[in-house]
Design a protein around this ligand. Structure first.
Ligand SMILES: [Zn+2]
Length: 182
């Protein structure tokens, strides 16, 4: 299980942190014995797009760990102050240098044990121009039947791409929900 506990209180720097169930709560939290701050650890949201045009999808080969060298959808952590669509477009611009038109929420894939939730929008491209950023070794278009599945970085990405393949075959986009490891 993912353990995000602090060694020092981020509020006052004290090492006097203990695990206890605060009054009116129902689960253990890290509480500072010095400044009494209760530290809540909440899940993180990953946003991105699955950019597609003419039955092909754009994937990026990761220049950074984890999974360096593997193919990935353009996605990353939502920033404070951003809405989901803005974050998805920012990550897509940063990693692939493309500007898709969002065509609806496509995949929500949760990995509870890591506290991560992937939120991927379908991104319709109007051309194949791209300009990958420094977190990307290269970007390339793949016909869905040619996707190198063993080289796709994360199960969330495989889930999304397989769902998109079914959607395009059926001729209409829909929204898909998945939970790791189901
Ligand atoms: Zn403190």
């Amino acid at each position: 299980m993912f353990d995000p506990d602090f060694s020092f209180c981020p509020n006052c720097g004290s090492p006097q942190l203990s695990k206890l169930i605060p009054p009116d709560d129902n689960r253990e939290r890290q509480v500072c014995g010095e400044c009494q701050t209760i530290h809540y650890h909440n899940p993180r949201i990953i946003v991105g797009t699955v950019p597609f045009i003419d039955g092909e999808v754009l994937l990026c080969r990761r220049a950074i760990d984890p999974k360096k060298g593997k193919w990935n959808l353009p996605c990353g952590f939502l920033e404070l102050g951003e809405d989901l669509k803005t974050g998805a477009l920012r990550e897509t611009e940063e990693e692939a240098g493309v500007h898709p038109q969002l065509a609806g929420l496509h995949t929500v894939y949760s990995v509870p044990e890591l506290g991560q939730h992937f939120t991927i929008f379908a991104g319709r491209l109007s051309d194949k121009k791209m300009d990958p950023g420094h977190e990307t070794l290269e970007a390339a278009f793949f016909r869905l039947e040619d996707i190198p599945w063993d080289e796709v970085a994360f199960r969330s990405n495989r889930f999304c791409l397989k769902a998109l393949a079914r959607d395009l075959e059926a001729g209409s986009l829909s929204t898909h929900f998945g939970v790791y490891p189901e």
